[in-house]
Structure formats: structure tokens, C-alpha cells
Design a protein around this ligand. Structure first.
Ligand code: NAG
Ligand code: NAG
Length: 464
């Protein structure tokens, strides 16, 4: 009872605010349309850049990407316990960061690597200070946070979850939980955080179970995630956050000269079986497909069957199934891309990396779960795809595969650079949100009697 009443009240308040905002907005549009077009662009902070854009001769060899401005990133000097120590690196003396010109610590192998994005992004930022070559670079480290577009938080949350979740007997809480607590206190005390309320902070939480505690306090930030499966929509959403690919564990298919005929298996699936929601779909499909001659459908992780074996399996299949597991995303998709095996995606809630600039229908087949569960539907659909159509998708896979490649040093338009670019595309909306939040926080408002100003309203609410 009381709960419903409470929510209704909140909704009314929200609707009222929306209506007022709409009214003010339309009033503003009218005013602008009435005003003479004499707006002085020189007062914009980027006016110098705008002016320079018109002058082609400033530089004898204009960079191709002048319009794609390089993202300026300020990185907190978090103590090494938050990053490279978690990989087993022991700094010398007071060094927080390894000197990557002489030593590049390794990330633990195996399945850990799937979520290693934290490592590659951090290495790239460190490296940006040593290489003068800007070709292919989408982000660079700046030492003064007031010059930065975004503030980067170098916490290796995925390896922290994977390696430090279990408590040692003498510990009250695990290292993973402790680090998250420390991170929250650290961030909330920073001037940079206070200035933006965290909205311009970039925090990596690629493993679906990483950062589970801290994210409830750090939610205004941009999270880099694999999907939103375990996120309340107010904490993680596609407007605010960035979806990053898994690092594939299957070997890339170098010099792939295969074709439709030389890949004997029609459809390949190798994956874990889950008891939760996704597991039902996997099981149903298993019974539907297990007796088909040209289908490989097996349970068990790619690791357990041997990565070499799974690589061979995917390299010799035309289509590779990607079925939602206990989260909407999985590494299978990126293994399929690396194998040039056309992905067949059965995962209604999946979010895909860089989808705002990339059309996945050019190289993936999407099948709604409800259709996939209809008798014969899936195989009929796939058997109908012509050699010509398949070849078109296979070619496109070879063109896009480097968007999913994590490596050091990073190369133009690989996963690292694509993620920086995806963050860059968030910057205008972050700026807008920060400016909007400042409206009623202005100095002048402090002179108003309490309750008259709207400052209390400008605090975003977590409805989750
Ligand atoms: C950082 O940049 C701002 C604005 O450009 C400047 O006012 C400030 O002095 C700089 N701080 C340092 C430590 O260089
Ligand atoms: C390798 O894959 C095949 C099917 O592609 C399977 O029958 C075989 O058991 C696998 N080998 C190992 C060692 O798991």
C-alpha cells in the first residue's frame, strides 16, 4: 500500500517536472527562432578549433583524422594494488606503474583473458606518453585533469573478481570486496569526481560479476561492460555505457582461403550448459539439432575440449551458434568472428559493441528465441542461405575482425582504439548532462532560502 502510494507520488512529481521541462524548452525554441542570427561563436570553447578547421595550410601534412579529435584522458594514479599488482607485478620502490618501455607485465592466461580489456586500455594510455606517432591513435593521456575529456579509473576489476574473490581464512572480507570499498572512498573524495558527480569517469567492469558492490555507488560513471544482463537499468544502460567485445580465445584464422564448400560443418556450437533461463534454450536446441549430420552441438566449455580442437571446429564450419547463456553475451560471438564463421545469434537481450557505427546484419544472422524454438525453423532458415549470401558475410567478417582484436601495442581501429572512439562519442552527452546538473547549483542559488531553489531536484535519482 504505502509503497504504491510512494511510487505514484514520485511519478506525479516526475511527470510534472517533465511537463515543465517541455514547456520551458518550447518557450526557449520560440525565443531562439525570434532572435536575429547574430550568435557570437567565438564564445564557444572550441572556437579556435573551428577557426583552424577552415585553414587547410596550417599543417603541410594534415592528419586524416583531424575531424576525429583525439580523446584526452586523465588517468588516476591509483596505487598498484588496484591494477598491475593483481597480475602479480611487483613494482620497484615507489613506482605505481611499470615502465612499459622495458617491461610489460603479462595478464594471466586462459579464460581470464576474455575480460582483459582493463589491461589493454591501461597499457595503451601508458604507451601514449612514449610514442610520438599519433597515427591510428584515438586517445592520449593528459596529466592535467582540467584538460581531459574523460577521467579513467585504472581498476582491474575483472581480474580482481576472477582471482581475489575467495577469502583467505584470516581475512574478514575478500580482496575483491576490499578493493571496491577503497575505490569508492578514493573516488568520492576526488575533486574530479565532485566536479562532475562522476559522469565523466570511465570505469571498467567487463566480467559480469565484477564491481558488483561498488557499481551501486559509482553508477553515474560510464561503465565498460560486456552486457547489461545483471544491471538494473538505472545503473547500466546503453545511453551512458560502452559495450566492449570479449577477447576471443579461439585462434584467429590467418590467411583464410576457405570457402563455402571447404567448410564441411553447417552449424557449430560448443558451450556450457546452464540451469538458468538461457539453459532451457540451449537444451531445447540440443534435442532439436543433435541428430543432424552436419551439425556439431556439444556441451562443455571451449577450454575443456581443447582450444586447438575448438579452433579447428569453428574454422571448418559455415555458421556458428551464439545462444544466450546465463548472461545475454558470451565469448562465442567473438570466437566466431575470429574464425570467420558466420555468427547465428539467438539472444534477444544481447547488446553489441560499436553498434552505433556498425551494422551487424551484414555479417551475423539474428534469430528471435521464440522462432528458434519452433520445430525445424533454425535449420530451414540456415539451409536456405545461399553460397553467394554466405560468401558476402564471410568477406565482411574478414573486414571487421580487427575491430575485435586486443593487442599491445594497439593498432589503428583495433578493439582498444574502437573502445576509445566509442567513449569519445559519449563525450557530448556527458558534457550536456554535467551542464544541466549545474543549472541550479550555481553560486547564486545559495542565497535563496532553503526549499526555494530546485537544487535538490537536480540530483539524479536512482530508481533501480
Ligand atoms: C591545469 O589546467 C588548467 C586550465 O588549463 C590551469 O588553469 C591549471 O593551472 C593547470 N594545472 C596545472 C597543475 O598545470
Ligand atoms: C574434438 O572435436 C571433436 C568434434 O569436432 C570431438 O569429437 C572430439 O572429442 C574432440 N576432441 C577432444 C580431445 O575433445
Amino acid at each position: 500500500m504505502t509503497k504504491t502510494g510512494h511510487i505514484t507520488h514520485k511519478c506525479m512529481k516526475f511527470l510534472f517536472l517533465m511537463a515543465s521541462a517541455l514547456f520551458i524548452f518550447s518557450l526557449f525554441s520560440v525565443l531562439i527562432s525570434l532572435a536575429p542570427h547574430s550568435f557570437d561563436f567565438s564564445i564557444l570553447p572550441n572556437s579556435k578549433l573551428l577557426a583552424m578547421a577552415g585553414n587547410e595550410n596550417l599543417n603541410e601534412t594534415p592528419r586524416k583524422c583531424d575531424s576525429n579529435k583525439i580523446l584526452k584522458v586523465f588517468m588516476y594514479d591509483l596505487p598498484s594494488e588496484f591494477h598491475f599488482n593483481l597480475l602479480g607485478w611487483k613494482g620497484k620502490g615507489k613506482n605505481i606503474w611499470p615502465d612499459i618501455r622495458s617491461e610489460v607485465p603479462e595478464y594471466p592466461g586462459g579464460l581470464n583473458l576474455q575480460h582483459s580489456i582493463e589491461y589493454w586500455l591501461t597499457l595503451d594510455l601508458l604507451n601514449s606518453e612514449f610514442s610520438s606517432n599519433m597515427k591510428g591513435r584515438s586517445a592520449t593521456r593528459v596529466r592535467n585533469s582540467s584538460e581531459a575529456d574523460v577521467i579513467f579509473v585504472p581498476f582491474f576489476s575483472s581480474i580482481s573478481y576472477n582471482r581475489y574473490t575467495r577469502k583467505k581464512s584470516e581475512e574478514k572480507i575478500s580482496v575483491n570486496v576490499l578493493l571496491q570499498e577503497k575505490l569508492v572512498s578514493f573516488l568520492l573524495a576526488q575533486e574530479e569526481w565532485k566536479k562532475s558527480g562522476g559522469k565523466d569517469h570511465v570505469i571498467m567492469a567487463h566480467h559480469p560479476n565484477s564491481l558488483l558492490d561498488a557499481r551501486m555507488k559509482l553508477w553515474p560513471a560510464i561503465f565498460i561492460l560486456s552486457d547489461f544482463g545483471r544491471y538494473p537499468p538505472t545503473v547500466g544502460n546503453i545511453e551512458k555505457d560502452v559495450i566492449a567485445p570479449y577477447r576471443h580465445v579461439i585462434e584467429s584464422y590467418v590467411d583464410d582461403s576457405s570457402d563455402f564448400e571447404s567448410r564441411p560443418t553447417l552449424l557449430y556450437f560448443q558451450g556450457a550448459i546452464y540451469r538458468k533461463a538461457g539453459g532451457v534454450v540451449r537444451q531445447e536446441l540440443y534435442y532439436m539439432l543433435k541428430d543432424e549430420k552436419d551439425v556439431h552441438f556439444a556441451f562443455g566449455s571451449v577450454q575443456s575440449g581443447g582450444i586447438r580442437n575448438a579452433s579447428q571446429g569453428m574454422h571448418s564450419s559455415k555458421f556458428c551458434l551464439n545462444i544466450a547463456g546465463d548472461t545475454p553475451s558470451s565469448n562465442r560471438l567473438f570466437d566466431a568472428i575470429a574464425s570467420h564463421c558466420v555468427p547465428v545469434i539467438i539472444s534477444d537481450e544481447i547488446e553489441l559493441p560499436y553498434e552505433d557505427v556498425l551494422d551487424y546484419s551484414e555479417f551475423c544472422i539474428f534469430v528471435p528465441t521464440s522462432d528458434a524454438l519452433k520445430e525445424k525453423f533454425l535449420l530451414n532458415l540456415i539451409r536456405k542461405i545461399s553460397k553467394k549470401e554466405w560468401t558476402r558475410m564471410w568477406r565482411r567478417l574478414k573486414e571487421v575482425e580487427h575491430f575485435y582484436e586486443y593487442q599491445y601495442p594497439s593498432k589503428e581501429n583495433d578493439a582498444v582504439q574502437m573502445i576509445w572512439q566509442a567513449i569519445s562519442r559519449k563525450v557530448p552527452s556527458i558534457t550536456r548532462k554535467i551542464n544541466t546538473a549545474r543549472r541550479y547549483n550555481a553560486r547564486l542559488m545559495n542565497n535563496l532560502p532553503k526549499g526555494k531553489g530546485l537544487s535538490s531536484v537536480s540530483v539524479p535519482r536512482n530508481l533501480g
